[in-house]
Design a protein around this ligand. Structure first.
Ligand code: ASP
Length: 308
């Protein structure tokens, strides 16, 4: 049976002139490393959930992306992160919202999935609960990236709440995610983000909302979204792809294209998503923004990494 994995590092304007060759290489290398981390699990016959968790951990550690280390700042100058993981086999899901000082929010989300009767825990009480279950604490300084802070200061001065990739005169960064299909035919999705620069500190985006930013079901597909979270939520973007496959009989390419190119724009939503077909392992990576950091790797070793 075939296995495959795809990752993203966020969508947005991503102006070419704003991206230095060194930074572009750093982003491409991180995407490649994330694909390899997930692929190692899949190639050994491992589980799709563990594959997407490993891939997202790599991207959370990469300061070039807006998740974990390098996450953007909320309006009060704090770093507040959202993350979710979902297993397509049993549709178990775990998520955290507006959490601080956790090294790998995606691992925290998985602890919610595995060790609580809940799906989404938010804020300081969520941190306490996942740390008690084994999540790794870190300091604000360990997540801090100077350039993120400079973006925030500018967004605040301009009174903007922005996708970090849209802050055009800066080096872009973005939300991260992964979807995978394992050799047993199970799919999974994971997404992690610092959210929007200068967001309200209590704002939670689409990323940890099951069905909006993250979705997996063995019957259809697994999806991880990136872009304006409010539009993703109003569209139920990730679950909408699944519903179009299940109920309207669309294939993965047609379902993702419809959501990204027809439905999201009606809500003013800029962004994209990565998705894997549970039946075939085929991947779709559509976006309606200037670019989306993305990559995929399949059983045959076909590697694809692109930004524009
Ligand atoms: N979707 C994320 C949010 O709204 C942002 C992003 O994808 O960059 O929180």
């Amino acid at each position: 049976m075939t296995h495959s994995i795809a990752v993203h590092g966020g969508a947005g304007l991503i102006r070419r002139h704003a991206l230095s060759p060194a930074r572009e290489q750093e982003a491409r290398d991180a995407l490649h490393e994330a694909l390899q981390a997930g692929d190692r699990v899949l190639a050994a016959g491992g589980d799709a959930v563990e594959a997407v968790l490993r891939a997202v951990c790599v991207l959370e550690d990469a300061p070039v992306f807006n998740a974990g280390r390098g996450a953007v700042f909320a309006a009060d100058g704090t770093i507040r992160m959202d993350a979710a993981v979902m297993s397509g086999a049993d549709r178990s899901a775990g998520a955290v919202g507006a959490v601080q000082r956790l090294r790998h929010p995606i691992r925290a989300a998985d602890l919610v999935r595995r060790t609580t009767p809940h799906v989404l825990l938010v804020g300081a009480d969520a941190e306490e609960r996942v740390v008690a279950a084994g999540a790794e604490r870190c300091t604000d300084e360990e997540l801090f990236v100077q350039e993120r802070w400079d973006h925030f200061v500018r967004a605040r001065a301009e009174g903007r709440v922005a996708l970090d990739h849209d802050l055009d005169d800066a080096e872009p960064k973005g939300t991260v995610g992964a979807v995978a299909r394992d050799a047993h035919g199970h799919v999974a999705a994971a997404t992690s983000t610092g959210g929007l620069a200068n967001k309200h500190p209590a704002r939670v985006g689409d990323t940890p909302i099951v069905g909006a930013g993250t979705w997996a079901w063995d019957h259809t597909c697994a999806v991880s979204a990136t872009g304006h979270g409010e539009a993703m939520m109003r569209c139920c973007a990730a679950a909408r792809v699944s519903a179009l496959m299940e109920l309207a009989g669309l294939d993965l390419a047609a379902a993702t294209a419809r959501v990204v190119h027809e439905e999201l724009p009606l809500l003013g939503g800029t962004g994209g998503l990565i998705a894997v077909d549970a039946r075939t392992g085929r991947i779709a990576l559509p976006f309606n923004s200037g670019g989306m950091y993305r990559g995929s790797l399949d059983t045959e070793g076909n590697l694809h990494i692109a930004i524009w």
